[in-house]
Design a protein around this ligand. Structure first.
Ligand code: FAD
Ligand code: FES
Length: 278
């Protein structure tokens, strides 16, 4: 059982939780994730390790309420116990040294880019962070991202905070400014990662994305997380979650993510009804 030490809302439908997880905190690295189970019957929810503190033996997760699993998790409070947290799973981010790196986080994807940006900066890289939100109500972790970036650029879709537009608009400006860019790392909705990948491919800029494919076991046994990378089948949980963006079949990824949409919706509605909409 894993205790929730702290839990609060970061914005509409967005939650932060600090977990007492000494063994995971001890070995976690940026880029890795955990599989959370709420009780013995609940589904398994893969979530990126948004932060870890080896001294205090804690890890942080940041999650968006999507369906039944994440809504149930959002209803839990500090002091509650999770049935299980498996991890750290997946391969850590590959961190180079002394490079010019652009880090891109979209929405909830800003949380997983934070530890990557922190480690890149600690290894002497010059990190330009571009983060994008729907509007000003969704802004979170601006201060944390600022602390680990050489420069921080912010966009909101409606222009209510930072520049109006998408992260790709800001990326385009950075590319057109002619400054050196050794690598781009992007985490966010698949459609955003695809748009970043399409843009950087044109300029031959190496780009890494972290894939959020459907996952069940998280340890290479079920095949649910199958993705096509460079025309080969890969398992996101074992071979990823980070891949060379220019080799990822994003259309297949997005199509597979929607496979169970109707069942998920029905499951969520049934659960809401059983719980009087809470
Ligand atoms: C490696 C990895 C890291 C992730 N990190 C985060 C994170 O840090 N924060 C965050 O908010 N979300 C993250 N996700 C996505 C998160 O796991 C899903 O939003 C969650 O599982 C949805 O469950 P649900 O029961 O609430 O929704 P459901 O109603 O079951 O599904 C809603 C949608 O979420 C996706 N989804 C459903 N089940 C899964 C599953 N088992 N695995 C992956 N996607 C699923 C599908 O697109 C689905 O249509 C991550 C996914 C992966 C694979
Ligand atoms: S989630 Fe089961 S093989 Fe990857």
């Amino acid at each position: 059982m894993i205790k929730i030490i702290e839990k609060y809302k970061l914005g509409p439908g967005m939650n932060f939780a600090l977990l007492d997880a000494p063994l995971i905190a001890e070995s976690a690295e940026p880029g890795q994730f955990v599989i959370v189970t709420i009780d013995e019957k609940s589904e398994r929810i893969p979530l990126t390790i948004a932060d870890f503190d080896r001294e205090n033996k804690t890890i942080s997760i940041v999650f968006q309420e999507m369906g039944k699993g994440t809504h149930r998790l959002a209803n839990m409070q500090a002091g509650d116990f999770l049935y299980g947290v498996l991890g750290p799973q997946g391969n850590p981010s590959v961190i180079h040294e002394n490079k010019d790196v652009i880090i891109i986080g979209g929405g909830i994807g800003i949380a997983p880019v934070f530890p990557i940006a922190r480690k890149l900066t600690a290894h002497g890289n010059r990190v330009t962070s571009i983060i994008g939100y729907r509007n000003k109500d969704y802004v979170f972790w601006e201060d944390k991202m600022n602390a680990v970036s050489s420069s921080l650029l912010i966009a909101t879709n409606d222009g209510s905070y930072g520049e109006k537009g998408f992260v790709t608009d800001l990326l385009k400006k950075e590319i057109e400014s002619g400054k050196n860019i050794d690598e781009v790392i992007a985490i966010g909705p698949p459609i955003m990662m695809k748009a970043v990948s399409d843009m950087t491919r044109e300029h031959s800029i190496k780009t890494i994305v972290s894939l959020n494919s459907l996952m069940v076991c998280g340890m290479g046994m079920c095949g649910a997380c199958r993705v096509t990378v460079n025309n080969e089948i890969k398992f996101t949980c074992m071979d990823g979650p980070e891949f060379d963006a220019h080799q990822v079949d994003f259309n297949e990824l997005m199509q597979r993510l929607g496979t169970y949409k109707n069942d998920e919706q029905k499951c969520f509605e049934d659960w809401q009804e059983e719980n009087n909409g809470c």
